[in-house]
Design a protein around this ligand. Sequence first.
Ligand SMILES: C=C(O[C@@H]1C=C(C(=O)O)C=C[C@H]1O)C(=O)O
Ligand SMILES: [Mg+2]
Length: 473
Amino acid sequence: MGGLILVTIQDTELSQGILLAIDRAKQLTQPILVSEVQKVEGINPSNFFAAGRNRFLGERFFWKDPNGTHTLVGMGIAKQIQSNQVVNRFMDVESKWSNIIESAIIIGEQKESGTGPSLFGGFTFDPVKKKTKLWSKFSDSLFHIPSYMLSIVNEQAYLTTNVVCTQHDDHRLVEKVNAERQAVLGAAARKLEFSIASIEHIDEIRPDEWKKSVTELVDSFEGSDLKKVVLARELRLRFNDHVKVERALKHLLAEQPESYVFAFEVNGDCFLGASPERLVKREGEKVFSTCLAGSIARGSTPTEDRLLGESLLKDQKNLVEHEYVVEMIKEAMNETCEYITIPNRPELMKTKYIQHLYTPVIGKCKQTTSLLDIVDRLHPTPALGGLPQEAAVQRIREVEELDRGFYAAPIGWLDYHGNGEFAVAIRSALIQGMEASLFAGCGVVADSDAESEYIETSIKFRPMLTALGGNKR
Ligand SMILES: C=C(O[C@@H]1C=C(C(=O)O)C=C[C@H]1O)C(=O)O
Ligand SMILES: [Mg+2]
């Protein structure tokens, strides 16, 4: 274990950092973040996540992007960032983060993004919609600075340790942190197995009412400004045992390599997903976004699959559904970028159970534009909300029964240099002990048919349903 040796060598630096931070906390009478990052070897991210169960159950997160450029696994909460603001929540989170970073002591700086002090978390879809019990554990804007974060960036592993020191701390904190970190690394070397919880019951929440709401929505488009509204629905699952997120994660990592695989534990619940949809990524001045909308099933043979894909690329209803997203994202990206590049027709993105129309966007962002600024401008895109944005969100508020919570909203990470990435949290589930809610929606346009949209959402449930042990097809 080269990692362990390295950790021991650099203990002194972290220890000195903590003592310095305690002094600074006393002087400034405010908490001070100390963050130390170093290279480590031989730690598998899934094992690291699983090993956190004993000590940090309920305080972990997992993130892997489709290319595997960044895998981030966090555990423990050094500090939480929340915002009660509605209109200004993205900028509020950003300014709280900047305040923490301004006074922070950062040790062992690395050149890779996603190492060192970073935030992981997300936002609810609509902070105005009345909340139900379902999402009571999550606040509208919720981020964790983890106590420990493993980052695998371009195949190199790093361990970041974050400690928030207050004026009431003393040298005993040094021993506590060093011992805990040693235990965290030690635990990650052991391999754990988890029992499988089986699904006992699946409750499809009011499918007929949902179809009726799609039909009514379509009828209401005529003579109104509304062009597209995304309507979602829910499956509620009951298991014979507590769901082990570790197993579902491994399953998603294996079966959904084209997707963002994420898990976010909050107050005993876990929001889990494998989303193919990037909202925005920032790496230096480069920004990337994705237009994803328009869907068709995968074929059971290569020929059928190709024919389905070709028909999707020509299908007017789906092309219109997609074009609304392109128009809006193009406009938002143009506002925040010096220039953007965007192909003029979509290609196909295929995941295990579904294929989509896909248009990638690349841009060079303006100096003054931050990642959360772009998130703010984009969310919700017409892929999850509709067009025009405000009227669509208002309609969802009125007609959708579901409490979306974090579903269909931005989830991701942000480092202290302002680099980071947010996905749109679809193909997701909220795990609650022996129960879970799964979410899926679809873009309703003038040419939508309730039955086809129903089938489309059924396909979108499948990756998560399979990962949780159901629907083996
Ligand atoms: C809303 C979802 O997916 C979105 C809707 C799509 C569509 O209607 O064609 C396609 C991709 C996503 O942007 C979901 O998976 O829940
Ligand atoms: Mg669709």
